[in-house]
Design a protein around this ligand. Structure first.
Ligand SMILES: *[C@@H]1O[C@H](CO)[C@@H](O)[C@H](O)[C@H]1NC(C)=O
Ligand SMILES: *[C@@H]1O[C@H](CO)[C@@H](O)[C@H](O)[C@H]1NC(C)=O
Length: 216
């Protein structure tokens, strides 16, 4: 029995090292270059270190335009924006919120997020998985407050103040990815069959069609 527990613990540890985070770099840096010679790599090819410049590690971020249906704008700074982030397992986003603006429920399949409120007041939360009874962990954050959204869990932020809000968040991947729940389920291409969605949500077809119309 003890041997089995040991094996399970070992496998859990090994797989968390192998799959849960971006791999540790084996060199100082590996500035991404777009090579397309047919070989698959988990990440991007490295630029010749002799050709690397300070600019490879630099970008500039402007306030996001929140004039949209949700009243929020996420500005990512990932390996796409800074090639020098390749293999480093980290990125950030700036999020701007108009009054009542929402960063809607979404998940990052490859990164934990740590968020600091720079301006304003946000109601934030994440929902634990089924094995933890989908418990909601939620809090109102003011300027200077910091909150963590664990990898893979569905989370959101709502500006509950009367003025604009700003947050900065670090993410534990060069490319954390994002799945916006409403868009993924009701705005997929092609649409998921209504038989699946009506049964999953226990509502009739009109309700599903109405939701789908929001994402045309
Ligand atoms: C913000 O976006 C809106 C809607 O797309 C656009 O009309 C407006 O000009 C933009 N504002 C700025 C400052 O870019
Ligand atoms: C989830 O709910 C079950 C059944 O009510 C309970 O036994 C279990 O302790 C709960 N787990 C958590 C993490 O709340």
């Amino acid at each position: 029995m003890k041997v089995v527990y040991f094996l399970v613990a070992f496998l859990a540890l090994a797989s968390s090292i192998a799959f849960a985070y971006d791999p540790s770099p084996l060199q100082d840096f590996c500035v991404a270059v777009n090579e397309n010679n047919g070989v698959f790599v988990n990440g991007k090819f490295c630029k010749d270190p002799k050709l690397v410049k300070a600019e490879d590690f630099f970008t500039h971020v402007e306030p996001g335009n929140t004039s949209n249906k949700l009243g929020s704008k996420v500005t990512p700074v990932t390996v796409t924006e800074i090639a020098g982030l390749n293999t480093l397992g980290i990125s950030l986003v700036r999020i701007d919120y108009a009054p009542k603006g929402l960063n809607p429920p979404h998940t990052h399949p490859r990164g934990t997020e740590i968020l600091i409120v720079v301006e304003g007041t946000l109601n934030v939360g994440f929902v634990a998985s089924n094995q933890n009874n989908n418990t909601l962990f939620t809090k109102v954050l003011n300027k200077g407050d910091v909150f963590v959204f664990p990898i893979g869990l569905i989370h959101f932020q709502l500006n509950v103040g009367n003025v604009n809000a700003i947050a900065i968040a670090g993410l534990s991947s060069q490319n954390p990815g994002v799945i916006t729940i409403a868009n993924a389920l009701f705005g997929s291409t092609p649409l998921i069959s209504s038989e699946v969605l009506t049964k999953a949500f226990q509502v009739n077809k009109n309700v599903i069609q109405n939701l789908e119309k929001q994402f045309l």
